[in-house]
Design a protein around this ligand. Sequence first.
Ligand SMILES: [Zn+2]
Length: 206
Amino acid sequence: MTCIFTISRENLCNLVVMKEKTMFKHPTAIVESEEIGEGTRIWHFVHVREKAKIGKNCTVGKGVYIDTEVEIGDNVKIENFVSVYKGVKLEDDVFIGPAVTFTNDLYPRAFIWDDDRICYTVVRRGASIGANATIICGVTIGEYAMVGAGSVVTRDVPPFVLVYGNPARQEGFVCSCGRKLDRIIREEDEKLVYACECGKEVETRK
Ligand SMILES: [Zn+2]
């Protein structure tokens, strides 16, 4: 018996759209969570633990480890070999460079562990962390802040602030587009307003 299927152009388009929206998992990845958003791509040798949440349209690069109960928003990009431990939250549009390491215990001992020791870290919307940086737990990295490659972050980073070094120190401000800001166009009581080449104005605290 011969069976011939026909499919309309409209249905074919829907199929393609559905395929793009579904999450992609490379066959070598171990994904124990079911809370992975549409359009998210999980690459070679990634391990996502149970109860981790990953939003829509994220990229999780080769060899990344996502611990249990980690929360990751939408459009987050995590480059190769990053470790994200329990107690870390990454909001939407965050960029995590290759080999960045998060921590979750300020005074670790191999022979003592319970959840009371977890020290929480938040990376706010749009922030970027450069390659090989280490984020000591208990800090908040503000919206659109930028951490230079190889930095060791030991305290909070305010929104739109650029930090680098060990320990990471404030070295200026950045725009949401990622450019460093150096042109002040207005100065108010507690604020400086910078203009970026991209046309945006960014308000910062003095
Ligand atoms: Zn800009």
